[in-house]
Design a protein around this ligand. Structure first.
Ligand SMILES: [Ca+2]
Length: 286
């Protein structure tokens, strides 16, 4: 073999190494906790975290303190991995896509966007439509497929494998009011540590076991589903009732008592409701 032949072999060997590296990345792509970042206009990043397919118990046990009677426990299987926003959608992200900031507490930047209706998000020409067009035109992941999470996807992601009232425990040493509570204070923006009663910067509390921020508190988050009673039987990829009058919001808000921020708590709003405490988190099925 001459010098050229040896050089070609080296190139081939390097190619095999590159291929091996590619395979390794692909293998990692199926694991939980993987993050992707897409870029919005103006170089505004948006980060999503991979949540694994699997089965979990949705709702709360009958003995959970201060539960609602619409939280009937049932088994849910999600058959596909999905991504969900690491943070609530921020005012900078909304402005990058829509060109304006509708928030009542309009600090801008990485504050959670609010005063957005379910219709603003999902209608033709709304946030999701424009976001998906941007991702398509820039050939980024999620193009044409970014959406709100289903209620089941939201709760599985929020629980992060836990069965307690919050993803950081039951916190039975505190009551469910706005009284100070050292345990809650590290994990969520609720009335007990947010005296002005307004949303804060996203990501300023501890994350849940999936690395998601502010699933408890800060702003309520619209999900895809119409509100309706749960079935007590096992469900696969549930999407809620096929019709209804109210949509579901999840996770509590910066001026709510602690129990509204529980993993199983279900809030209800008409899809045209615009208030200073309701925003959103994105989802995508790869
Ligand atoms: Ca929240």
């Amino acid at each position: 073999m001459g010098w050229q032949g040896a050089r070609q072999l080296a190139v081939v060997a390097a190619g095999v190494l590159v291929l091996a590296a590619t395979v390794a990345v692909t293998a990692t792509a199926s694991s939980a906790g993987q993050e992707i970042t897409v870029m919005l206009p103006g170089n505004v990043p948006l980060v999503l975290v991979r949540i694994p397919a699997g089965t979990f118990t949705m709702g709360s046990p009958s003995g959970e303190r201060n539960r609602g009677d619409d939280e009937t426990q049932h088994q849910v299987t999600l058959t596909r991995d999905y991504y969900i926003g690491k943070y609530e959608v921020t005012q900078a992200q909304w402005r990058a896509i829509m060109g304006s900031n509708p928030s009542y507490f309009s600090s801008g930047g990485d504050y959670a966007v609010e005063q957005v209706t379910w219709n603003d998000i999902t209608e033709s020409g709304g946030f999701l439509a424009k976001l998906n067009r941007h991702l398509a035109s820039t050939r980024q992941p999620g193009a044409g497929q970014m959406r709100l999470p289903t209620e089941a996807e939201w709760e599985r992601a929020a629980r992060g494998g836990t069965t307690t009232r919050f993803s950081y425990g039951d916190v039975l040493d505190c009551d469910d009011s706005c009284k100070p509570c050292a345990t809650h204070a590290q994990h969520m923006r609720w009335c007990g540590n947010n005296t002005p009663g307004r949303p804060a910067l996203v990501g300023s509390m501890k994350p849940n076991p999936h690395g998601l921020y502010d699933v408890h508190g800060n702003v309520f988050e619209w999900v895809q589903d119409w509100y309706g009673p749960y079935s007590s039987s096992a469900q696969k990829d549930p999407k809620g009732p096929w019709k209804g009058s109210d949509r579901v919001i999840r996770g509590g808000r910066s001026d709510s008592p602690a129990n509204w921020c529980r993993s199983a708590y279900r809030g209800i709003k008409s899809p045209d409701t615009r208030d200073a405490h309701t925003g959103l988190r994105l989802a995508w099925s790869p």
